[in-house]
Design a protein around this ligand. Structure first.
Ligand SMILES: [Zn+2]
Length: 423
Protein backbone atom coordinates (compact mmCIF):
# COMPACT_ATOMS: atom_id res chain seq x y z
CA UNK A 1 0.00 0.00 0.00
CA UNK A 2 1.36 3.38 -0.92
CA UNK A 3 -0.70 6.24 0.43
CA UNK A 4 0.45 9.86 0.62
CA UNK A 5 2.91 9.08 3.42
CA UNK A 6 4.71 6.43 1.37
CA UNK A 7 7.44 8.86 0.27
CA UNK A 8 8.50 9.69 3.82
CA UNK A 9 11.60 7.63 4.33
CA UNK A 10 12.46 6.30 7.79
CA UNK A 11 10.03 8.60 9.65
CA UNK A 12 7.69 6.13 11.33
CA UNK A 13 7.01 8.24 14.42
CA UNK A 14 6.23 11.42 12.49
CA UNK A 15 3.97 9.51 10.09
CA UNK A 16 2.05 7.96 12.99
CA UNK A 17 1.57 11.42 14.51
CA UNK A 18 0.32 12.87 11.22
CA UNK A 19 -2.05 9.97 10.60
CA UNK A 20 -3.64 10.49 14.00
CA UNK A 21 -4.00 14.21 13.32
CA UNK A 22 -5.56 13.59 9.90
CA UNK A 23 -8.06 11.15 11.43
CA UNK A 24 -8.84 13.69 14.12
CA UNK A 25 -9.32 16.43 11.51
CA UNK A 26 -11.64 14.20 9.48
CA UNK A 27 -13.68 13.43 12.59
CA UNK A 28 -13.95 17.14 13.20
CA UNK A 29 -15.37 17.74 9.72
CA UNK A 30 -17.91 14.94 10.20
CA UNK A 31 -18.96 16.16 13.63
CA UNK A 32 -22.22 18.14 13.73
CA UNK A 33 -21.82 21.85 14.37
CA UNK A 34 -22.37 22.27 18.08
CA UNK A 35 -22.00 25.99 18.38
CA UNK A 36 -25.23 27.97 17.97
CA UNK A 37 -23.21 31.16 17.61
CA UNK A 38 -21.79 29.97 14.32
CA UNK A 39 -18.47 31.75 14.65
CA UNK A 40 -17.05 29.08 16.89
CA UNK A 41 -13.51 27.97 16.22
CA UNK A 42 -13.65 24.34 15.17
CA UNK A 43 -10.15 23.60 16.35
CA UNK A 44 -10.75 25.19 19.71
CA UNK A 45 -13.78 22.97 20.03
CA UNK A 46 -11.59 19.97 19.37
CA UNK A 47 -8.98 21.14 21.85
CA UNK A 48 -11.69 21.54 24.48
CA UNK A 49 -12.85 18.02 23.84
CA UNK A 50 -9.31 16.87 24.47
CA UNK A 51 -9.02 18.84 27.65
CA UNK A 52 -12.25 17.51 29.05
CA UNK A 53 -14.19 14.39 28.26
CA UNK A 54 -13.19 13.14 24.81
CA UNK A 55 -16.31 12.84 22.69
CA UNK A 56 -16.85 10.00 20.25
CA UNK A 57 -15.36 12.06 17.40
CA UNK A 58 -12.07 12.65 19.19
CA UNK A 59 -9.19 10.19 18.98
CA UNK A 60 -8.03 8.38 22.08
CA UNK A 61 -4.64 10.08 22.06
CA UNK A 62 -4.91 13.77 22.89
CA UNK A 63 -1.38 14.49 21.65
CA UNK A 64 -2.29 13.16 18.23
CA UNK A 65 -5.19 15.56 17.74
CA UNK A 66 -5.53 18.22 15.14
CA UNK A 67 -4.25 21.76 15.52
CA UNK A 68 -4.03 24.72 13.16
CA UNK A 69 -0.29 25.38 13.06
CA UNK A 70 2.56 22.92 12.58
CA UNK A 71 6.32 23.08 12.18
CA UNK A 72 8.15 20.30 10.38
CA UNK A 73 11.78 20.27 11.45
CA UNK A 74 14.73 18.14 10.44
CA UNK A 75 18.07 18.23 8.64
CA UNK A 76 18.12 19.06 4.90
CA UNK A 77 16.89 16.14 2.85
CA UNK A 78 14.99 14.52 5.71
CA UNK A 79 11.77 15.33 3.88
CA UNK A 80 10.31 18.36 5.66
CA UNK A 81 8.39 19.60 2.65
CA UNK A 82 7.49 16.06 1.57
CA UNK A 83 5.95 15.52 5.01
CA UNK A 84 4.09 18.84 4.92
CA UNK A 85 2.64 18.09 1.47
CA UNK A 86 1.66 14.58 2.48
CA UNK A 87 -0.12 15.90 5.56
CA UNK A 88 -1.88 18.56 3.46
CA UNK A 89 -3.04 15.80 1.10
CA UNK A 90 -4.33 13.73 4.02
CA UNK A 91 -6.30 16.74 5.27
CA UNK A 92 -7.81 17.35 1.82
CA UNK A 93 -8.37 13.63 1.16
CA UNK A 94 -12.06 12.87 0.63
CA UNK A 95 -11.63 9.79 2.83
CA UNK A 96 -9.69 11.78 5.42
CA UNK A 97 -6.82 9.31 5.40
CA UNK A 98 -4.46 10.38 2.62
CA UNK A 99 -5.42 7.45 0.40
CA UNK A 100 -3.24 8.77 -2.41
CA UNK A 101 -5.76 8.16 -5.18
CA UNK A 102 -8.80 10.42 -4.58
CA UNK A 103 -9.04 13.87 -6.22
CA UNK A 104 -8.21 15.61 -2.92
CA UNK A 105 -4.97 13.69 -2.47
CA UNK A 106 -4.10 13.83 -6.12
CA UNK A 107 -4.55 17.58 -6.65
CA UNK A 108 -2.77 18.43 -3.40
CA UNK A 109 0.28 16.38 -4.32
CA UNK A 110 0.22 17.75 -7.87
CA UNK A 111 0.12 21.30 -6.51
CA UNK A 112 -3.20 22.18 -8.13
CA UNK A 113 -5.62 21.98 -5.17
CA UNK A 114 -7.53 25.27 -4.92
CA UNK A 115 -7.28 25.38 -1.11
CA UNK A 116 -3.60 24.53 -0.76
CA UNK A 117 -1.02 27.27 -1.15
CA UNK A 118 2.65 26.53 -1.28
CA UNK A 119 5.29 29.17 -0.63
CA UNK A 120 8.70 28.23 -1.94
CA UNK A 121 11.16 31.03 -1.35
CA UNK A 122 13.33 31.51 -4.38
CA UNK A 123 15.63 34.11 -2.98
CA UNK A 124 17.27 34.46 0.38
CA UNK A 125 14.13 35.48 2.22
CA UNK A 126 10.33 35.58 2.07
CA UNK A 127 9.10 39.17 2.03
CA UNK A 128 6.32 40.81 3.96
CA UNK A 129 4.14 41.63 0.94
CA UNK A 130 4.13 38.03 -0.20
CA UNK A 131 3.18 36.92 3.29
CA UNK A 132 0.40 39.47 3.75
CA UNK A 133 -1.22 38.52 0.46
CA UNK A 134 -1.00 34.88 1.40
CA UNK A 135 -2.47 35.31 4.86
CA UNK A 136 -5.33 37.30 3.40
CA UNK A 137 -6.21 34.63 0.87
CA UNK A 138 -5.84 31.86 3.43
CA UNK A 139 -8.52 33.48 5.56
CA UNK A 140 -11.28 32.68 3.06
CA UNK A 141 -13.51 29.64 3.48
CA UNK A 142 -12.14 26.49 1.82
CA UNK A 143 -13.77 25.99 -1.57
CA UNK A 144 -13.56 22.22 -1.24
CA UNK A 145 -15.31 22.30 2.13
CA UNK A 146 -12.36 20.88 4.05
CA UNK A 147 -9.33 23.00 4.95
CA UNK A 148 -7.48 26.06 3.70
CA UNK A 149 -3.82 25.10 3.88
CA UNK A 150 -0.71 27.24 3.64
CA UNK A 151 2.60 25.42 3.34
CA UNK A 152 5.70 27.54 3.89
CA UNK A 153 8.90 25.83 2.85
CA UNK A 154 12.02 27.23 4.48
CA UNK A 155 10.12 29.25 7.05
CA UNK A 156 13.57 30.11 8.44
CA UNK A 157 13.93 32.44 5.47
CA UNK A 158 11.03 34.66 6.51
CA UNK A 159 11.97 38.28 7.02
CA UNK A 160 11.13 39.64 10.46
CA UNK A 161 8.20 41.63 9.08
CA UNK A 162 6.89 38.60 7.18
CA UNK A 163 7.23 36.54 10.35
CA UNK A 164 5.11 39.06 12.20
CA UNK A 165 2.42 39.00 9.52
CA UNK A 166 2.35 35.22 9.77
CA UNK A 167 2.30 35.29 13.57
CA UNK A 168 -0.80 37.46 13.53
CA UNK A 169 -2.61 34.93 11.37
CA UNK A 170 -1.46 32.04 13.55
CA UNK A 171 -2.55 33.85 16.70
CA UNK A 172 -6.03 34.48 15.38
CA UNK A 173 -6.58 31.66 12.93
CA UNK A 174 -9.65 31.49 10.75
CA UNK A 175 -11.61 28.34 11.76
CA UNK A 176 -10.61 26.19 8.81
CA UNK A 177 -7.11 27.42 8.05
CA UNK A 178 -4.04 25.30 8.70
CA UNK A 179 -0.44 26.53 8.53
CA UNK A 180 2.34 24.06 7.81
CA UNK A 181 5.83 25.51 8.26
CA UNK A 182 9.11 23.81 7.40
CA UNK A 183 12.37 24.78 9.09
CA UNK A 184 15.70 23.10 9.90
CA UNK A 185 15.03 23.31 13.65
CA UNK A 186 13.06 25.18 16.30
CA UNK A 187 16.15 27.16 17.28
CA UNK A 188 15.28 30.88 17.57
CA UNK A 189 17.63 31.55 14.63
CA UNK A 190 15.33 29.44 12.46
CA UNK A 191 11.90 30.29 13.80
CA UNK A 192 10.78 32.98 16.21
CA UNK A 193 9.96 31.85 19.73
CA UNK A 194 6.46 33.30 19.50
CA UNK A 195 5.62 31.45 16.29
CA UNK A 196 7.14 28.29 17.71
CA UNK A 197 4.98 28.57 20.84
CA UNK A 198 1.82 28.48 18.71
CA UNK A 199 2.78 25.46 16.64
CA UNK A 200 2.98 21.73 17.16
CA UNK A 201 6.39 20.39 16.14
CA UNK A 202 6.84 17.37 13.90
CA UNK A 203 10.49 16.36 14.28
CA UNK A 204 11.94 14.43 11.35
CA UNK A 205 15.21 12.60 11.73
CA UNK A 206 18.00 11.94 9.28
CA UNK A 207 16.83 8.74 7.63
CA UNK A 208 19.23 5.81 7.96
CA UNK A 209 21.13 4.94 4.74
CA UNK A 210 19.43 1.53 4.53
CA UNK A 211 15.98 3.17 4.43
CA UNK A 212 17.13 5.64 1.76
CA UNK A 213 18.63 2.83 -0.33
CA UNK A 214 15.44 0.82 -0.02
CA UNK A 215 13.30 3.62 -1.40
CA UNK A 216 15.73 4.27 -4.29
CA UNK A 217 15.45 0.63 -5.29
CA UNK A 218 11.70 0.33 -4.78
CA UNK A 219 10.50 3.62 -6.20
CA UNK A 220 13.18 4.69 -8.64
CA UNK A 221 14.26 1.28 -9.89
CA UNK A 222 17.93 1.91 -9.07
CA UNK A 223 20.24 -1.10 -8.82
CA UNK A 224 20.74 -2.15 -5.16
CA UNK A 225 24.55 -1.69 -5.10
CA UNK A 226 24.33 1.80 -6.63
CA UNK A 227 21.48 2.70 -4.26
CA UNK A 228 23.49 1.61 -1.22
CA UNK A 229 26.54 3.60 -2.26
CA UNK A 230 24.50 6.72 -3.07
CA UNK A 231 22.49 6.53 0.17
CA UNK A 232 25.68 6.41 2.25
CA UNK A 233 27.39 9.16 0.23
CA UNK A 234 24.35 11.45 0.52
CA UNK A 235 24.40 11.19 4.33
CA UNK A 236 20.66 10.76 4.74
CA UNK A 237 19.61 13.31 2.12
CA UNK A 238 17.06 11.47 -0.01
CA UNK A 239 17.01 13.88 -2.95
CA UNK A 240 20.79 14.06 -3.05
CA UNK A 241 21.05 10.27 -2.98
CA UNK A 242 18.70 10.02 -5.94
CA UNK A 243 20.70 12.62 -7.87
CA UNK A 244 23.99 10.86 -7.18
CA UNK A 245 22.52 7.56 -8.30
CA UNK A 246 21.10 8.97 -11.52
CA UNK A 247 23.08 11.99 -12.63
CA UNK A 248 26.65 11.41 -13.88
CA UNK A 249 27.41 15.14 -13.62
CA UNK A 250 26.47 15.16 -9.94
CA UNK A 251 28.86 12.23 -9.44
CA UNK A 252 31.64 14.07 -11.26
CA UNK A 253 31.18 17.15 -9.11
CA UNK A 254 31.34 15.01 -5.99
CA UNK A 255 34.51 13.29 -7.25
CA UNK A 256 36.12 16.69 -7.81
CA UNK A 257 35.27 17.78 -4.27
CA UNK A 258 36.62 14.57 -2.77
CA UNK A 259 39.87 15.04 -4.71
CA UNK A 260 40.53 18.24 -2.75
CA UNK A 261 42.29 16.66 0.29
CA UNK A 262 44.82 14.99 -2.01
CA UNK A 263 45.54 18.19 -3.90
CA UNK A 264 46.41 20.39 -0.92
CA UNK A 265 50.17 20.35 -1.29
CA UNK A 266 50.99 24.00 -0.59
CA UNK A 267 49.66 27.53 -0.22
CA UNK A 268 49.23 27.99 -3.97
CA UNK A 269 47.43 24.69 -4.26
CA UNK A 270 45.12 25.66 -1.40
CA UNK A 271 44.11 28.86 -3.19
CA UNK A 272 43.68 26.95 -6.44
CA UNK A 273 41.44 24.44 -4.70
CA UNK A 274 39.37 27.28 -3.22
CA UNK A 275 38.89 28.86 -6.64
CA UNK A 276 37.96 25.53 -8.17
CA UNK A 277 35.37 24.83 -5.48
CA UNK A 278 33.78 28.29 -5.79
CA UNK A 279 33.73 28.16 -9.58
CA UNK A 280 32.24 24.67 -9.60
CA UNK A 281 29.44 25.85 -7.29
CA UNK A 282 28.81 28.85 -9.52
CA UNK A 283 28.68 26.69 -12.63
CA UNK A 284 26.35 24.18 -11.02
CA UNK A 285 24.04 26.96 -9.81
CA UNK A 286 24.04 28.69 -13.20
CA UNK A 287 23.07 25.46 -14.90
CA UNK A 288 20.29 24.80 -12.41
CA UNK A 289 18.61 28.20 -12.80
CA UNK A 290 19.36 29.00 -16.47
CA UNK A 291 16.40 27.14 -17.89
CA UNK A 292 13.79 28.58 -15.55
CA UNK A 293 15.28 32.11 -15.83
CA UNK A 294 14.92 32.01 -19.59
CA UNK A 295 11.38 30.61 -19.43
CA UNK A 296 10.33 33.35 -17.01
CA UNK A 297 11.83 36.08 -19.17
CA UNK A 298 10.10 34.78 -22.28
CA UNK A 299 6.78 34.44 -20.46
CA UNK A 300 6.99 37.98 -19.13
CA UNK A 301 7.94 39.42 -22.52
CA UNK A 302 5.04 37.60 -24.13
CA UNK A 303 2.66 38.82 -21.44
CA UNK A 304 3.89 42.37 -21.94
CA UNK A 305 3.54 42.13 -25.71
CA UNK A 306 7.19 42.72 -26.53
CA UNK A 307 7.76 44.49 -29.81
CA UNK A 308 4.39 46.25 -29.88
CA UNK A 309 4.32 49.50 -31.85
CA UNK A 310 0.68 50.52 -31.53
CA UNK A 311 -0.82 53.34 -29.55
CA UNK A 312 0.11 53.13 -25.87
CA UNK A 313 3.09 50.93 -26.61
CA UNK A 314 5.54 53.49 -25.21
CA UNK A 315 3.70 53.67 -21.88
CA UNK A 316 3.44 49.90 -21.76
CA UNK A 317 7.18 49.66 -22.38
CA UNK A 318 7.92 51.93 -19.44
CA UNK A 319 5.81 49.67 -17.17
CA UNK A 320 7.43 46.64 -18.73
CA UNK A 321 10.90 47.90 -17.89
CA UNK A 322 9.91 48.01 -14.22
CA UNK A 323 8.52 44.49 -14.27
CA UNK A 324 11.58 43.20 -16.08
CA UNK A 325 13.78 44.83 -13.44
CA UNK A 326 11.75 43.13 -10.69
CA UNK A 327 12.14 39.81 -12.40
CA UNK A 328 15.89 40.28 -12.76
CA UNK A 329 16.14 41.11 -9.07
CA UNK A 330 14.25 37.94 -8.13
CA UNK A 331 16.38 35.87 -10.46
CA UNK A 332 19.60 37.29 -9.05
CA UNK A 333 18.45 36.46 -5.54
CA UNK A 334 17.58 32.92 -6.62
CA UNK A 335 20.98 32.50 -8.30
CA UNK A 336 22.74 33.56 -5.09
CA UNK A 337 20.71 31.02 -3.15
CA UNK A 338 21.48 28.28 -5.68
CA UNK A 339 25.22 29.06 -5.45
CA UNK A 340 25.18 28.84 -1.68
CA UNK A 341 23.23 25.59 -1.79
CA UNK A 342 25.67 24.08 -4.30
CA UNK A 343 28.66 25.19 -2.24
CA UNK A 344 27.07 23.82 0.91
CA UNK A 345 26.55 20.42 -0.71
CA UNK A 346 30.26 20.38 -1.60
CA UNK A 347 31.22 21.29 1.97
CA UNK A 348 28.99 18.52 3.35
CA UNK A 349 30.76 16.01 1.09
CA UNK A 350 34.13 17.31 2.23
CA UNK A 351 33.10 17.17 5.90
CA UNK A 352 32.07 13.54 5.30
CA UNK A 353 35.60 12.74 4.12
CA UNK A 354 37.28 14.17 7.25
CA UNK A 355 34.65 12.55 9.41
CA UNK A 356 35.63 9.22 7.80
CA UNK A 357 39.29 9.93 8.60
CA UNK A 358 38.32 10.72 12.19
CA UNK A 359 36.32 7.53 12.77
CA UNK A 360 39.16 5.50 11.22
CA UNK A 361 41.75 7.17 13.48
CA UNK A 362 39.52 6.36 16.45
CA UNK A 363 38.86 2.85 15.10
CA UNK A 364 35.15 3.50 15.69
CA UNK A 365 32.92 0.68 14.44
CA UNK A 366 30.97 2.99 12.11
CA UNK A 367 30.51 2.69 8.36
CA UNK A 368 32.28 5.37 6.29
CA UNK A 369 30.21 8.00 4.49
CA UNK A 370 32.25 7.80 1.30
CA UNK A 371 33.01 4.15 0.64
CA UNK A 372 34.82 5.03 -2.60
CA UNK A 373 37.41 7.25 -0.85
CA UNK A 374 37.74 5.06 2.25
CA UNK A 375 41.36 4.13 1.50
CA UNK A 376 42.31 7.79 1.08
CA UNK A 377 40.57 8.64 4.36
CA UNK A 378 42.43 5.75 5.99
CA UNK A 379 45.77 7.15 4.77
CA UNK A 380 44.73 10.55 6.15
CA UNK A 381 43.84 8.98 9.49
CA UNK A 382 47.34 7.51 9.78
CA UNK A 383 49.02 10.74 8.84
CA UNK A 384 46.90 13.16 10.89
CA UNK A 385 45.75 10.99 13.77
CA UNK A 386 42.38 11.68 15.44
CA UNK A 387 43.26 15.20 16.53
CA UNK A 388 44.43 16.35 13.13
CA UNK A 389 41.38 14.78 11.47
CA UNK A 390 39.07 16.50 13.93
CA UNK A 391 40.75 19.88 13.36
CA UNK A 392 40.21 19.48 9.63
CA UNK A 393 36.59 18.44 10.10
CA UNK A 394 36.08 21.51 12.28
CA UNK A 395 37.65 23.74 9.61
CA UNK A 396 35.02 22.56 7.11
CA UNK A 397 32.16 23.03 9.58
CA UNK A 398 33.45 26.50 10.50
CA UNK A 399 33.46 27.42 6.82
CA UNK A 400 29.81 26.38 6.52
CA UNK A 401 28.91 28.40 9.60
CA UNK A 402 30.82 31.45 8.29
CA UNK A 403 28.99 31.38 4.96
CA UNK A 404 25.68 30.98 6.77
CA UNK A 405 26.64 34.07 8.78
CA UNK A 406 27.17 35.98 5.50
CA UNK A 407 30.96 35.86 5.25
CA UNK A 408 31.88 36.14 1.57
CA UNK A 409 32.08 32.52 0.30
CA UNK A 410 35.47 32.94 -1.37
CA UNK A 411 37.06 34.30 1.80
CA UNK A 412 35.57 31.55 3.95
CA UNK A 413 36.60 28.80 1.52
CA UNK A 414 40.16 30.15 1.18
CA UNK A 415 40.53 30.22 4.97
CA UNK A 416 39.23 26.65 5.12
CA UNK A 417 41.61 25.36 2.45
CA UNK A 418 44.58 26.91 4.23
CA UNK A 419 43.45 25.34 7.51
CA UNK A 420 43.04 21.97 5.77
CA UNK A 421 46.52 22.21 4.30
CA UNK A 422 48.21 23.35 7.52
CA UNK A 423 46.18 20.88 9.58
ZN1 LIG B 1 -7.42 10.60 -0.68
Amino acid sequence: MTDVFGDLVGQDEAVAMLRRAAASAAALLRAPVTSPAGGHDDLDALAEEHDGDPGPAAPADPGGGMTHAWIFTGPPGSGRSVAARAFAAALECVHGTGCGTCPGCHTTLAGTHADVRLVVPEGLSIGVNEMRALVLRAASAPSGGRWQIVIIEDADRLTEAAGNALLKAIEEPPPRTVFLLCAPSTHPDDISVTIRSRCRVVPLRQPPPAAVAEVLVRRDGIAPDVAEWAAAAAQGHVGRARRLARDPEARQRRDAVLAVPRRLTGVGAAFDAASALIEAAEAEAAASVAEIDEAERTALQTALGAGGTGRGAAGAMRGAAGQLKDLEKRQKSRATRAQRDALDRALVDLAGFYRDALIMALRAPVAPVHTDTASLASAGAQKWDAEGSLRRLEAVLECRAAIEANVKPRIAVEAMMLALWRG
